[in-house]
Design a protein around this ligand. Structure first.
Ligand code: SF4
Length: 252
């Protein structure tokens, strides 16, 4: 009888220990690169673009947040064209509320999903005023509670407005991470976690910009421009067409 009691207590104790340890971490596919190789890749990116910047125009953390919300399924150039006159008249949550949803909609009408986005811009401006004294919170949970703000948007804002080493995985980063097997993953979250553990700390702050720009201008979706690639000798992609790295010079 006593024996039976001991047997049944063991699984319960194991269950308790598991609960204390928290949720089990998902097993991520390892990078195809050694630590030294990853460092070399990012060292070269850092020489090419010492101070990489996002291409969405903004004048403060609030306008950055709005611009990123508007950029879903739209190009940065298209968003900039619409936000330049919009931010000239509304660069704070209160001014945006004063402008009103109809006028915001008129300003952004050239951007895809503009009706829904105008609603979200007004709703998030209201939430910022009511819950954060009109300021943008430097906190992922608070940001993702705002209307229209997902994890990627929050990561961009935390990185660019608050200098946090976050990894905002967009379509370019997702493609490169898998294509060259830098940080493989089936989902955006997997790639984000994999990149965060793969990229050396010294390069994390600018890592997402370097990868976005590399994906946008060199390692392009349809056909990577390997002849223009500074990491062609290191790249382990089956799609690459050159082993000779392009000249490593700072870009204008
Ligand atoms: S060599 Fe080609 S495939 Fe590899 S990272 Fe460069 S552009 Fe992309």
């Amino acid at each position: 009888m006593e024996k039976a009691k001991i047997k049944s207590a063991a699984p319960a104790a194991a269950e308790d220990a598991k609960k204390k340890a928290g949720p089990r971490r998902k097993r991520l596919t390892r990078s195809a690169y050694t630590r030294d190789e990853v460092s070399e890749i990012f060292r070269r990116f850092s020489i090419q673009r010492p101070e990489p910047k996002g291409e969405l125009e903004h004048v403060n953390a609030y306008t950055l947040l709005v611009a990123v919300v508007l950029s879903a399924q739209a190009t940065d150039a298209g968003v900039n064209k619409a936000t330049r006159p919009l931010f000239a008249v509304a660069d704070t949550p209160q001014k945006m509320l004063d402008l009103g949803e109809d006028k915001v909609r008129d300003f952004i009408r050239t951007i895809g999903l503009f009706r829904n986005k105008a609603k979200n811009v007004i709703a998030l401006s209201k939430a910022l005023i009511e819950e954060h004294d009109g300021t943008v919170p430097a906190d992922r949970d608070a940001l993702t509670k705002l209307p229209g703000v997902g994890r990627k948007t929050a990561n961009v804002v935390l990185n660019m407005a608050f200098g946090q080493p976050t990894m905002a995985v967009d379509t370019h980063i997702f493609r490169i991470a898998n294509r060259i097997r830098l940080a493989p993953g089936k989902t955006v979250d997997d790639v984000e976690q994999n990149l965060l553990r793969t990229i050396p700390e010294a390069y994390l702050q600018h890592g997402h910009h370097w990868l976005i720009l590399h994906g946008r201008y060199v390692c392009k979706a349809r056909k990577p421009d390997c002849a223009a690639c500074v990491v062609a000798d290191l790249c382990k992609s089956k799609e690459k067409t050159s082993d000779i790295p392009a000249a490593l010079v700072p870009l204008g």
